[in-house]
Structures are given as structure tokens and as C-alpha cells.
Design a protein around this ligand. Structure first.
Ligand code: NDP
Length: 475
């Protein structure tokens, strides 16, 4: 609905190209065409080390009670050899392969074959067929938004099994965590490799493909913008949301069940992590149509970064707090628990309200009220590769007048709350806030580079009006 209106408005205002001084730079928006040495070095580093980082964290919990330093100390002092650690690592099992295949197949069925019914009875929820943003080639894709429904069905079945059917133990995910890691890796590499081959030989939209000529960059950052199989199976929407984000809350529930099994109770820190991350996940699916307008869908091409990242990095590293709490069942004092809850809720509020303000502003083309007033904005223009000129607006009031990425600031506060729930005994649960700070700071830079290429001088006017990125007066 929102996307449809946006496209209609864009089409009403679209003009044929005019030769002006910003045209050359404006048609270059979208992902990079050329690879600099720093990007290449970062990509090679991630390709080599990201799988090892995931293994190291999960192995540390399995063999060293989540200590990140003990394995290193053992190796450096010769107390253990790499082979000792590797030999104690659970291998791929038929059981894990079966569970994982069933899991992914079930999510594919929910995604492709069950059209959304939630929007028919949930007031305010935008589901069903929706349109994405205009791609650099000027294409507007349609998506079946049914993630909330997939999440609800999956969780209803999970609870029905846990409390009624007892087909499998709710600790099943924790109990097979490392064998499942091998399955997730197989899928992550398979889908990234398939996406690369597809980009070369049978792309969904050839005009939206980008070839830098560098194999590693293209493999990592992707060639195709919106690879699809058939009309509806969109790789980006499927892999980012399901199996990764639907699994997130199930993984946390499995950790809580393991605590119950091991200690006869679930600690308040585990409940806090489940609740705060649960809110974030449900929010994601409630706003899945909005997600079509985020950088993942509007800017990133589909390669290893998204394919492997969604299958392995996200479910394994975003859930480290719950995993840690299985090994260290922290029970917080009331004041600390309330503090963590408040920080998590404030972070969530800022994150959601900021994203909502932009969504409302864009959906209504500025004809709305933000904090009781008409929004202030800067008019801007850009071009797609076919030379069509579009007009847009950048809001400069509400949270968007405080900082250019205040939604990231809210996200970071929420992320910090999950980590603080785990106490201060170990660094491992703090990986998330460290990672999110790097990710979102890097995103600021990436997004601003994109917007500057897209909007040219208009973007400079905007940054002069809203000078700070994340924290007003500081950065
Ligand atoms: P945004 O939702 O902030 O989208 C950025 C885009 O919004 C810009 O490229 C531009 O696009 C448009 N825009 C920028 N400034 C304005 C303005 N003042 N007025 C109107 N439109 C503007 O960023 P992301 O897609 O990165 O993130 C979305 C959310 O997802 C964030 O809250 C982030 O915290 C979260 N996130 C979470 C991650 C996780 O792993 N947990 C990972 C990444 C993001 P246009 O071309 O349309 O002008």
C-alpha cells in the first residue's frame, strides 16, 4: 500500500532527463563498480576469518564455558594443540542434517505457498503483495509480505510441541548446535555460490547486475541485485528473514529450555534476553513491508555477505547472550533487571519511532505531522540508469533533525541492554554491541556515500542542516 503510493507519487513527478552538472554523479548511485584496495583487503579478511570467528565463539562455549581467552592460553602454552580442540568438536550428523533440511524446507513452504492472511484481520499491519523501492535500473519489484504469519505459525507449532505433542525436546536446537553449524555453513556457501553462477548465466534482471571484475568482491558483495527463482522466491527477503530471523526467537527459547533442564529454573536475565530480542524480531516481521525500503534490499546485492551472513553469522552470533546464559545462569538483582529492561525499551522506542517517522514522511510525501508539526525537509533529485529523473525529500525535523542515523543510535542502546543482562564476568556476550557499533558506523559511511552519489549537491545541503550522524553534538 505504502510502496504503491510512493511509486505513484514518483511517477507523477518523474521527468525525462535534463543535462545538468550533477547527472554524471547521480547515475552512479548503487553499489560500487570499482574495488579499492581497502575494500578488497577487508573482503578477503572476512572471507577467511568470519567462519573461523563463528567457530571460535561457539567452540569456546562448548569446550571452555564461554571463555574467549582460555582456548588461546591453552594453545599458546602448548597445553593443547589445534587438533585436540578440533577432535573434541562435534561433527556433522544425519540427525542435524535432517532437522536443518526440514527447517529450511518448512520455511520455504511458508514463504512461497502460504499467501499472507494476517493483513486481513490485524489492524495496521501491512502484508500481502507490496512493492519495493526503485532499483538503480528503474525496476520496482513486487514482494509477498508474509513473514509475520510464518513467524506466528512456526512459534505456535513450537509451543504446541513443547507443551502438548512432545515430538521433540525444546532443547533440540541447543543439543545439536554445532552439528547444525555445519549444516548452516553448507547452505550459506551453496546459496552464495549459486547466486554468483546465476548472476553470470541467468540473472533475474541483467540491468541491475554489477560486475567489478574482481572475483572475491563479486562473490562477497554479490552480482545480482534482486535474484529470484520464479515470480516470488526472492533470495534477499527469504534468506534475511527466514530461516535466520524466525530462528532467532526459537534459538533463544531453546536456550531457556536448556536452562530449565540444567538448573530447574529460567533466570531473569534469560527472560530479559528472550523478551527484548523477541520484541525486536516481532517488530521486524510486523514491519516487513518497511524493510523493503532499507539498505539491505535497496542497496546491497546478494552475495556471500548476505547469503552466508544470514545463514550462519546472524543465527549464531546474534544469539550469543542466550548461549552464554546456559553456561552462566546470571540472576540479576531487581534494580539491575529493571535498568536493563528500561534501557532495552528506550532503545527500542528510539529505533522504532525514528524508523516510523521516516516511513510516515515518505509514505505521505511529507503531508503528515511529526511531533505535532508539519515536517521540515529538503527537496532533492536523482536519476536512474535509464536517465529518468526522480524527485525525493529528506526530512530534517523529528528524530531526523537530531542526527542523520538516530535509528542506529536506538538500535545500539537496545543491543547494549541484551549484553548488560549477562553481567560482567565474560567478554563473549559483549561481542554483539561491539559488532553492532562497527556494523552501524560502517553503515553510516556506506549509506552516506550512496546518498551523496545519488543526491549530489542536495545531500551536501542536507548534511549542512543536520550535521551529526549518531549522537547530536558528538558524532
Ligand atoms: P535507514 O532505514 O536509515 O535507511 C537509509 C535510507 O533512508 C537512505 O539511504 C535514504 O534512502 C533514506 N534517508 C536517509 N535520510 C533520510 C531523511 N532524512 N529523510 C528521509 N529519508 C532518508 O537505514 P538502514 O536500512 O541501514 O536501517 C534500517 C534499520 O535497520 C535501522 O534502524 C537499523 O538500526 C536496522 N538494522 C539492523 C541490523 C541488525 O543486524 N540488527 C543491520 C542493519 C540495520 P533514499 O535513497 O530512499 O533517500
Amino acid at each position: 500500500m505504502a510502496a504503491h503510493q510512493e511509486k505513484k507519487l514518483a511517477q507523477e513527478r518523474k521527468h525525462k532527463p535534463t543535462q545538468n552538472d550533477t547527472q554524471t554523479s547521480q547515475v552512479q548511485w548503487g553499489r560500487a563498480w570499482e574495488v579499492d584496495w581497502f575494500s578488497l583487503a577487508s573482503i578477503l579478511f572476512l572471507l577467511l576469518f568470519a567462519p573461523l570467528i563463528v567457530y571460535y565463539f561457539i567452540m569456546s562455549c562448548d569446550q571452555y564455558q564461554c571463555s574467549l581467552t582460555d582456548p588461546l592460553r591453552d594453545l599458546l602454552t602448548g597445553n593443547k594443540h589445534l587438533s585436540d580442540i578440533w577432535n573434541r568438536t562435534p561433527t556433522l550428523t544425519y540427525r542435524a542434517a535432517g532437522i536443518y533440511s526440514l527447517w529450511v524446507a518448512f520455511q520455504v513452504v511458508l514463504y512461497v505457498f502460504v499467501p499472507d492472511f494476517c493483513h486481513k484481520f490485524l489492524p495496521g499491519y501491512v502484508g500481502g503483495v507490496q512493492e519495493g523501492a526503485v532499483t538503480p535500473a528503474g525496476v520496482v519489484n513486487k514482494y509477498e509480505i508474509n513473514g509475520l504469519q510464518a513467524w506466528i505459525i512456526t512459534h505456535v507449532l513450537w509451543f504446541a510441541n513443547a507443551y502438548y505433542f512432545h515430538f521433540f525436546s525444546p532443547t533440540i536446537i541447543f543439543d545439536n548446535w554445532i552439528p547444525l553449524l555445519w549444516c548452516a555453513n553448507i547452505l550459506g556457501y551453496a546459496v552464495s555460490t549459486f547466486a554468483m553462477i546465476k548472476g553470470y548465466f541467468f540473472p533475474t534482471n541483467a540491468k541491475d547486475c554489477k560486475f567489478t571484475g574482481n572475483f572475491f568482491y563479486d562473490y562477497m558483495m554479490g552480482i545480482e541485485f534482486n535474484p529470484r527463482i520464479g515470480r516470488w522466491f526472492d533470495f534477499k527477503l527469504f534468506f534475511n528473514g527466514r530461516p535466520g530471523i524466525v530462528a532467532w526467537t526459537l534459538i533463544n527459547l531453546s536456550y531457556a529450555a536448556k536452562q530449565q533442564e540444567l538448573y530447574g529454573q529460567v533466570t531473569n536475565s534469560m527472560i530479559l534476553v528472550n523478551v527484548l530480542q523477541g520484541i525486536y524480531v516481532v517488530d521486524f516481521f510486523w514491519n516487513e513491508a518497511w524493510y523493503l525500503k532499507t539498505i539491505d534490499i535497496c542497496h546491497d546485492h546478494f552475495g556471500w555477505y548476505l547469503g552466508w551472513g544470514d545463514c550462519v553469522w546472524l543465527p549464531y552470533l546474534y544469539t550469543l547472550q542466550g548461549l552464554y546464559l546456559v553456561y552462566h545462569p546470571v540472576q540479576l538483582g531487581t534494580a539491575n533487571a529493571v535498568g536493563v529492561l528500561m534501557l532495552g525499551l528506550i532503545g527500542y522506542y528510539i529505533f522504532r519511532a525514528t524508523n516510523h517517522q521516516k516511513d510516515l514522511f515518505r509514505r505521505t510525501d511529507g503531508n503528515c505531522r511529526i511531533w505535532g508539526k508539519k515536517p521540515e525537509y529538503i527537496e532533492c533529485s536523482y536519476m536512474s540508469v535509464d536517465g529518468t529523473k526522480y524527485y525525493s525529500k529528506l526530512m530534517t525535523s523529528g528524530f531526523w533533525g537530531w542526527a542523520r542515523h538516530f535509528n542506529y543510535t536506538g538500535d545500539l542502546l537496545g543491543s547494549l541492554a541484551y549484553c548488560l543482562a549477562c553481567g560482567f564476568a565474560h567478554i563473549l556476550p559483549y561481542f554483539y554491541i561491539i559488532y553492532m557499533t562497527i556494523l552501524l558506523t560502517h553503515r553510516c559511511v556506506r549509506d552516506e556515500h550512496r546518498c551523496s552519489s545519488k543526491y549530489g549537491k542536495d545531500w551536501t545541503r542536507y548534511t549542512a542542516t543536520v550535521p551529526y550522524r549518531l549522537v547530536p553534538g558528538v558524532f
